[in-house]
Design a binder for this molecule. Structure first.
Ligand SMILES: Nc1nc2c(ncn2[C@@H]2O[C@H](COP(=O)(O)OP(=O)(O)O)[C@@H](O)[C@H]2O)c(=O)[nH]1
Ligand SMILES: [Mg+2]
Length: 302
């Protein structure tokens, strides 16, 4: 746990160094001037909060400065911290009451879906739950192999189809197999980019429907995996996925190699979907529940 926290902070301090970490030096013991606001805005945008969210944060801070009569920019520092913290929801407790619980992982190619499936599998497995992986990214043979390797390593069964086979059929079989084996959690990995005749969002909707046919009420969760290093681009992707399927949570992968963590605020501000987990590396243990307090501390106090 301590180890996880220190790695989390180490990852975040790299994040902060390149952007929000500079806020502390910007907001030294000087007076708040127009220049302070301009510089702060630049930092927030550079940190990937995006224009809309950055503007909204600045408006709140300006109001606060007026109302409380803050004069020194160092006072702004703690106000900024509180403001950023207030913009992140506490991740809701995961409801494991459904057995099996079916989780669909969605996101674009390379965002970290398969790795996140493995990490979640390892995590739930360590909690004493039984797992099954469904390899429904049948458009990339390598994706199936990749999940198979993780399944072997974690001793978790993998249901896969032939290359190019129907992802819906694989998802259906995975749920059926999970039901007959009596597992607690079924993690279904999906494709992020489809070939010419298939539309990604159509295919996802189909997988979603088929999973519901295999088990009423499933999938119980649809988690969108976003690559923290892709910034505002990831936000655009998130909007599209949210339109296509009922995304219930975000996994922010590659936070360890992101230079800017501000996307977390933009995601919350613009999509209202809670961030559940953060990916902090490539190994199965490199996943941690998203902790808004550590996150805000980490990006500001590096
Ligand atoms: N540093 C780092 N790399 C990651 C993380 N999650 C995934 N990756 C790497 O990102 C690449 C793409 O991941 P993958 O799970 O295959 O993405 P997918 O195409 O969405 O299934 C792989 O090289 C992973 O090892 C993370 O949290 N941190
Ligand atoms: Mg994959």
């Amino acid at each position: 746990m301590t180890d996880m926290l220190s790695r989390w902070r180490a990852g975040l301090s790299r994040t902060g160094k390149a952007a929000l970490g500079r806020v502390a030096s910007l907001l030294g013991a000087t007076e708040i001037t127009t220049q302070t606001w301009d510089d702060l805005e630049t930092l927030l945008v550079q940190a990937d909060l995006g224009i809309d969210t950055a503007t909204s944060v600045l408006d709140s801070l300006k109001r606060l400065t007026r109302d409380r009569g803050l004069l020194r920019s160092e006072e702004l520092n703690s106000a900024l911290k509180a403001e950023l913290r207030s913009r992140l929801d506490n991740p809701p407790a995961l409801d494991f009451s459904a057995i099996p619980m079916v989780i669909l992982l969605v996101g674009v190619n390379g965002s970290g879906k398969t790795t996140s499936a493995a990490k979640l599998g390892a995590r739930f497995h360590a909690e004493g739950k039984t797992i099954l992986f469904g390899a429904a990214d049948t458009f990339r043979a390598a994706a199936v192999d990749q999940l198979q390797v993780w399944g072997d390593r974690l001793n978790v069964p993998v249901v896969a189809g032939a290359p190019e086979s129907d992802p819906g059929a694989v998802a259906f079989n995975a749920v059926q197999s999970g039901l007959s084996r009596g597992v607690d959690v079924i993690l279904i990995d999906t494709a992020g980019r489809l070939q010419t005749r298939f539309n990604l969002m159509e295919e996802l909707r189909k997988v979603y429907r088929v999973v519901g046919k295999a088990l009423a009420g499933a999938p119980h969760h649809i988690w969108l995996v976003l690559d923290a290093t892709t910034g505002q681009n990831a936000l655009e992707q998130a909007r599209k996925f949210k339109e296509a399927v009922n995304v219930t949570g975000i996994i922010l992968a590659k936070l360890d190699s992101s230079a800017r963590g501000g996307m977390a605020f933009a995601i919350q501000h613009e999509l209202g979907i809670p961030i559940l987990f953060a990916g902090l590396g490539e190994k199965p243990e490199d996943l941690t529940p998203f902790d808004p307090d550590s996150f805000v501390d980490g990006i500001l106090n590096s």
